[in-house]
Design a protein around this ligand. Structure first.
Ligand SMILES: *[C@@H]1O[C@H](CO)[C@@H](O)[C@H](O)[C@H]1NC(C)=O
Ligand SMILES: *[C@@H]1O[C@H](CO)[C@@H](O)[C@H](O)[C@H]1NC(C)=O
Ligand SMILES: *[C@@H]1O[C@H](CO)[C@@H](O)[C@H](O)[C@H]1NC(C)=O
Length: 240
């Protein structure tokens, strides 16, 4: 890795899951959410996998600067410890991969004047980012950012039909990268709902024949799920 003129260090620490106990939930809610958080914690990919995923976002967004950033998953305790070290790249640390990628976007936005939006609202505007080696340094002790709320939610129940229905993987990948850069850590995922319903109905002895024509077609899944219509542009769901 080539050393750069400016030693830059950015410490982004966002405690998305770990700050829950400080949030103003009632006792019952807090216990329920804490147990959910504990379960989610056990399903988290390894730090190495998360760091690699965050690097993947950088590679797709700004391949020229792949070596200008270092990402590290850290724990809450270490996140609090902001000892100064000399690094030759922008060093972004976070408690999850999404925290790291949102830290990357934050640095590009506030330190480099760049902007990452949907295509219809301007797309990725990266022209103002200096070349590798000339990236603006942040102050030596780093910058610490804390998520003000534990979850950043995205989408509503109809977007899966109205907006995404015919998307292929490259379009999805772009959207997921955008979500990661914006810090979204709670996107709605309705996928597979019909499969679960089919299983439940089957337990009630309904046959495939009975269900034929009940579910909505791909572009109408949202309204079918809300019970507003049945069988519109229906495609048979094979045994899922
Ligand atoms: C915090 O940083 C100091 C100085 O580098 C180190 O001695 C100490 O062990 C660190 N503490 C934790 C909890 O990482
Ligand atoms: C973070 O560091 C400050 C100052 O070094 C200390 O007072 C505080 O207790 C630490 N908090 C955590 C959660 O480690
Ligand atoms: C489904 O059919 C089986 C076999 O006839 C019967 O034992 C069971 O009670 C039925 N289940 C429901 C929910 O009607």
């Amino acid at each position: 890795m080539k050393p750069y003129k400016n030693s830059t260090r950015l410490l982004i620490t966002t405690f998305s899951l770990l700050l829950l106990s400080l949030c103003p939930f009632s006792i019952g809610e807090s216990e329920a959410i804490e147990s959910l958080s504990t379960r989610l914690e056990t399903k988290k990919p390894s730090p190495t996998e998360q760091e690699k995923a965050a690097k993947g976002v950088l590679q797709r967004l700004l391949p020229t600067h792949l070596s200008s950033f270092e990402f590290k998953i850290i724990t809450k305790v270490i996140a609090n410890n902001t000892s100064i070290s000399c690094f030759f790249f922008v060093w972004i640390k976070g408690t999850t991969a999404v925290d790291i990628t949102s830290g990357l976007h934050w640095y590009l936005k506030y330190w480099c004047g760049a902007h990452v939006s949907w295509d219809k609202t301007g797309g990725a505007q990266l022209g103002s980012i200096p070349k590798p080696g000339s990236l603006p340094p942040v102050k030596n002790e780093g910058v610490k950012i804390q998520r003000p709320v534990p979850w950043n939610y995205y989408q509503n129940v109809v977007t899966s039909s109205y907006s995404y229905v015919w998307w292929d993987w490259s379009r999805w990948e772009k959207e997921i990268d955008w979500m990661a850069l914006q810090g979204i850590n709670l996107p709605l995922a309705f996928t597979g709902q019909e499969s679960i319903w089919q299983k439940v109905f089957t337990e009630y002895n309904m046959t495939k024949q009975d269900l034929s024509g009940f579910f909505g077609g791909p572009a109408f899944l949202a309204w079918a799920r809300m019970g507003n219509l049945h069988g519109c542009a229906y495609l048979f769901f094979p045994n899922l």
